[in-house]
Design a protein around this ligand. Structure first.
Ligand code: AMP
Length: 443
């Protein structure tokens, strides 16, 4: 199938061509005609599948074909809610790219930065608003935003919004949107609360289900280093001596851990920066752009900060700390090997992380090959007693992992690391996506 077969206007086809998108991804192939036909949609898919264009392209087409029935300034006709600021920015940029030849105005609002510019832009009138729920609620409460003209609502990463405690905000927002609307809901997993939302908020939805990018696991060159916790930094520095690693995304479990790793890399004259919830939004954006444009080689991130971030041509992902939630491993390493490229994922495992490793290997259905040339082989083979681990977690400044803090982390306040609890089990990823191999990379 070609984009031309999807009944898209030449303005949108030209924009997609400019993006170098040759053929639609499976979710685009399925979702675009349904959305164009006005159906409500339930999309089981996550970032990396081409999901953004799957909703942005038909929304742009529908709105540009429906002249707004009101005088200037423009009123918001489509609202996209998404859990994190980084995702909000990416979605906004996608709308801008795919809609570059339309006359539609898109705006993005998220917390952690001054609202002044956002309010200014809203005043001038927007057709499409991309927002995180917290900031949107704030702006609505201050009277800057009216949603009574919304025709198409998108709830992106609904399960993530639930995890991050945004569902109350989302419900308040939805209550202000006309009932007569088209609703598109995307969620990688389907916990009970999301099923309930689907039942109450969507009308006879069409369902599209796409195997997540986790399927790339097979194509990624994975390796494992058994190493003592205290030697992980040295091991990372030594592996980064390999200059063929042009860019590396390093995942740590905690924000303090991320800062420590950056300090260590800087000592070794390796250009690195951290992104996590304690950093200001500007610092996060600057770090991300420097990483994307190649002026820093290593980005150290916590899972929530990195969620959904799309970094093209990422050569290597390091699991400096193994994630407690096995599916997170799959999300993390799926950052490399994107869209047909091959990638490398290196994982460090200390004695206390062996249970996490077992769960990951069970999920991916294979044993991660152990690297042969390990300069810092594991010497400590007795796991830390659970009571000691608990004591460390509870200590001031300790590496606590609290469920409630996920929202704070995302909101840039004093949160901790991502919670492992409360997530539904995921299925095994086995299928390989065919679309990834068949189109050229953009850019
Ligand atoms: P998403 O799942 O929307 O975050 O998209 C993941 C990546 O795939 C982004 O870098 C998109 O630019 C890219 N992408 C989306 N659709 C296509 C397509 N049809 N052809 C090529 N790349 C695409």
């Amino acid at each position: 199938m070609d984009f031309k077969d999807l009944n898209l206007s030449h303005r949108i086809l030209d924009a997609l061509e400019k993006e170098n998108y040759a053929v639609p991804t499976p979710i685009q192939e399925q979702a675009i005609p349904l959305v164009l036909a006005g159906r409500d949609l339930l999309g089981c898919a996550q970032t990396g599948t081409g999901k953004t264009a799957a909703f942005a392209v038909p929304i742009l087409q529908l709105l540009s074909g429906r002249p707004a029935d009101q005088k200037e300034p423009r009123k918001i006709r489509s609202l996209v809610l998404t859990p994190t600021r980084e995702l909000a920015l990416q979605i906004y940029e996608s709308f801008r790219s795919y809609g570059r030849y339309t006359r539609l105005h898109t705006c993005v609002v998220f917390g952690g930065v001054s609202q002044k510019m956002q309010v200014e832009k809203l005043r001038r009138g927007v057709d499409i608003l991309v927002a995180t729920p917290g900031r949107l609620n704030d702006l609505m409460n201050q009277g800057y935003i009216q949603l009574k003209n919304v025709e198409i609502l998108v709830l992106d990463e609904a399960d993530r919004m639930l995890d991050m405690g945004f569902i109350a905000d989302v419900k308040k927002i939805i209550a202000k949107i006309p009932q007569k609307r088209q609703t598109l809901l995307f969620s990688a997993t389907m916990p009970k609360e999301i099923e309930e939302m689907v039942d109450t908020m969507l009308a006879d939805p069409a369902k599209v289900e796409i195997t997540p990018p986790a399927t790339t696991v097979d194509r990624i060159d994975q390796s494992l280093y058994f190493v003592d916790k205290d030697n992980k930094r040295k091991l990372l520095v030594s592996l980064l001596e390999d200059e063929s690693i042009r860019s590396a995304l390093v995942f740590t479990r905690t924000k303090h851990g991320a800062d420590r790793v950056v300090r260590e890399l800087e000592k070794a004259h390796i250009n690195a920066q951290a992104i996590h919830g304690n950093k200001s939004q500007n610092a996060r954006q600057t770090a991300l752009s420097s990483f994307k444009n190649g002026s820093i080689r290593v980005l150290v991130a916590t899972d929530i900060a990195a969620r959904g971030i799309d970094i093209e041509e990422l050569s290597c992902v390091f699991n400096y700390d193994l994630p407690e939630v096995p599916e997170t491993y799959v999300h993390r390493i799926g950052r490399t090997g994107r869209a047909g490229m091959s990638g490398t994922a290196v994982s460090f495992c200390c004695i206390d992380e062996k249970p996490d490793l077992r769960n990951i290997q069970k999920l991916i259905g294979k044993t991660i090959p152990v690297a042969q040339d390990n300069p810092y082989p594991m010497l400590i083979t007795t796991p830390t007693p659970k009571s000691e681990l608990r004591r460390r977690t509870a200590a001031p400044g300790g590496e606590a992992r609290k469920k409630v803090s996920a929202k704070k982390e995302a909101a840039g306040r004093n949160g901790f690391a991502e919670s492992a609890k409360g997530r539904p089990p995921v299925k095994k990823y086995t299928e390989k996506p065919k679309w990834k191999k068949t189109y050229p990379r953009k850019g």
